[in-house]
Design a protein around this ligand. Sequence first.
Ligand SMILES: [Zn+2]
Length: 324
Amino acid sequence: MTFHELKGQNRAVKILKSGVHAGRIAHAYMFCGPEGVGKKKAALIFAQLLNCKSPQEGEPCDKCIACQKIKHYTHPDLLEIEPEGTSIKIAQIRDLQERAYYKCYEGKFKVIIINDAHLMTMEAANCLLKILEEPPLGTIFILLVQDIAKLPITIVSRCQYVPFNYLAQEVLEEILAETGVEDKTILALSQGSAGKALEFIKEQEYYSIINDANNIIESLPAAGYKEILAYAERLEKNRDMMEVTLETMLNILRDKLISLITGKEPVIANLVGERISIPICLKFIQEINKCFYYLKNKCNARLALDVLFINLRSIYSTERGDSP
Ligand SMILES: [Zn+2]
């Protein structure tokens, strides 16, 4: 792999390359940005560059034994951890702590990638902080982070910040075209994340999720409270599906909103009908975002969904002047 293969992240690539070129290699990096935009791939390419036997113009050669081993995750100086369940625990960081101070086996640098570092528990973060305060020589930490606000400032300030952005539509189109997919609906739903787009492609139930999300929006005006609460109950039973369905509802509404404002055809099929006006779209988006906030902050999921659907139903009634 080379940085040429990392599409749409020129700013991040520039920071990484120029640091290595100037001999300024930090002990810890924080690759910060949304899910599925290339942070992990960038970390591996950077690990290759740091250990490559014959780098050329700021790029790893991708051919030497070090490059090949890193690419296939078989390099003994490449370590990686990710959340166990919903968080990264202190035991995982303690285990790293021990290994971080070992000498490199065969590389120039030991590279430790911490996936979803924002999911570290407070104890784990404090343990990592201790390592970063006395950084082991020749060991580079790369923290992959989606939400920087969830990390203690003491950790953030010890890392070189490398920003990753959402991918532009044309970059996403190019990535999808390489996999032989030209589906405008997937493009619109993936909202600048190649990871999400590729997940949608793999997801067998992809169209049924879109239909489900659309049905909920469409059937709300005529639904009784019993029916509304049944939607909430069904969604709450499957946490993964719940988030994907809510996110898809958001994307459908965003798409409808753009189409109402610009007069262009919606991209995500012609799903939501005439009943959805601009004010209804805006209020729905606001309510769904609020629900996401409650879910992320571990509020009672069933209650958050009940409130969401009841609120969406009353927005319909109020906007159309019906009796609630
Ligand atoms: Zn190489």
